[in-house]
Unconditional design. Sequence first.
Length: 119
Amino acid sequence: MAPTRTQGDSLSSPSSIRLQWKHDAFLSFKGEDTRNTFTGHLYTIFKQKGIYTFRDDEYVGRGKSISSTLLKAIEESRFAIIILSRNYASSAWCLDELAKIVGCMKEMKMTILPEEDKI
């Protein structure tokens, strides 16, 4: 497992890395709605700023059921950013992610950052 960060670490301060979180943020989004627009731009900005972000298309095949890799990534993320788009709630995969994120929020004090995509 790769070095991870603790809850007290600054997202923009790689020199203060301590062990606990593998990802600073987990992006939950409906791919067809925002992958090439809002979510894609957000991911690029985070990457440029050194914010370690999990985005499913880099690790999980599209169109498959939610995988153990995805569930583990949620658990290993400090923040969850939920991109609420037009079709987010109609996706079983997105709803499975959301259920896991809410569970982590309750159990591990994960911070959830909802964001509405108005594009």
